[in-house]
Design a protein around this ligand. Structure first.
Ligand code: CU
Length: 316
């Protein structure tokens, strides 16, 4: 290393120990230990878990970043600790900032620049790639997604945000609308996310899906559930006084259970579905609708008296 010190007075005269090698060995041992311990004990529990393709992708990315960051952190700490112990003033060595070696060390400086350049460029490339893998990484991609699934069995589910709850429409089952988010295991889901009023954000936490819900916009996000169980759904965009209450619990069920649930719910909600506007990617709320919602007043949209579901206005 750059700051060589003479042996303290009274100590046997000998060659200066190879400080660089010592630091390298200490750093290497601690780094390998920290990474192995992380991967063994913390890595498997890293959020958001592995309930879907996109959640698993996020957890893996997080682990890769930590495994790369730990040696950097340990490198700084090891050098600092080594310098404090070995080159402290009390040991009677030379002025630590004096001398020719304090002015620079080409080997250290070159490797320093080379290593950090490789790490930063790798992270830039890796991060860019992982923004779209797997399946769009669970982030919303706007109305025309960059990543699209190759699978032919994609289930569309529409998530509609409104102050202050989520509703879900299933277009392949007659467009019924429900408060329950039920998704089948092993099927690629296409979330079509929109809003009826202000800006919300669909956050299906354990599925690793997060998508802004904007009025008049269709925002598409994909994921494939890989584990059965429940997941929490929250609004992650401050949207008004009951924003914090805008949550629900979704379910991943088997494909057969999903078919049974969707078929039964479709039949059960048929009467309500007939009153809804036809399935569309965005909706224009009816100012006079029930609670400012998008249920159309089919009789007279300007009347304070709401009439839903009448297909032909009386007297016309
Ligand atoms: Cu909200």
């Amino acid at each position: 290393m750059s700051a060589a010190s003479e042996a303290p007075a009274g100590a046997p005269q000998g060659a200066e120990p190879r400080h660089g090698l010592r630091i390298l060995v200490i750093w290497l041992v601690l780094s390998v230990l920290a990474d192995v311990l992380w991967l063994a004990f913390v890595g498997p529990h890293v959020p958001p878990g592995r309930m879907s393709s996109t959640a698993g992708g996020a957890a893996t990315d997080f682990n890769i970043l930590i495994v790369m960051a730990l040696p950097v952190l340990i490198g700084i700490w090891v050098y600092l600790a080594y310098a404090l112990v070995t080159w402290r003033d009390g040991r009677g060595g030379p002025d630590p900032v004096g001398g020719e070696k304090a002015r620079g060390n080409t080997t250290i400086e070159t490797s320093w620049i080379a290593i950090t350049t490789v790490v930063v460029l790798f992270l830039a490339g890796f991060g860019t790639y992982e923004l779209v893998q797997p399946e769009g990484a669970g982030g919303a991609q706007g109305p025309n997604p960059i990543w699209t699934p190759t699978s032919h069995t994609v289930l569309q589910i529409q998530a509609i945000g409104q102050q202050w709850k989520w509703t879900f429409r299933y277009p392949s089952f007659g467009g019924f609308e429900t408060n329950d988010l039920v998704v089948p295991l092993g099927t690629t889901i296409q979330f079509n996310v929109t809003s009826l009023d202000v800006i919300h954000s669909l956050w299906a936490y354990q599925l690793g899906v997060k998508a802004d819900a904007n009025p008049g916009q269709n925002n598409v996000a994909f994921t494939t559930p890989t584990q059965l169980g429940t997941f929490s759904v929250r609004c992650s965009e401050l949207c008004g006084i009951w924003h914090g209450a805008m949550y629900t619990t979704g379910k991943v069920v088997t494909a057969a259970q999903f078919q049974a649930w969707a078929t039964a719910t479709r039949a059960q909600l048929a009467e309500n579905t007939a009153l809804l506007p036809p399935y569309a990617l965005t909706y224009t709320p009816d100012a006079n609708g029930a609670d400012g919602s998008y249920y159309p007043d089919t009789k007279d949209p300007y009347s304070p008296v709401e009439t839903y579901g009448a297909t032909t206005p009386a007297g016309s």
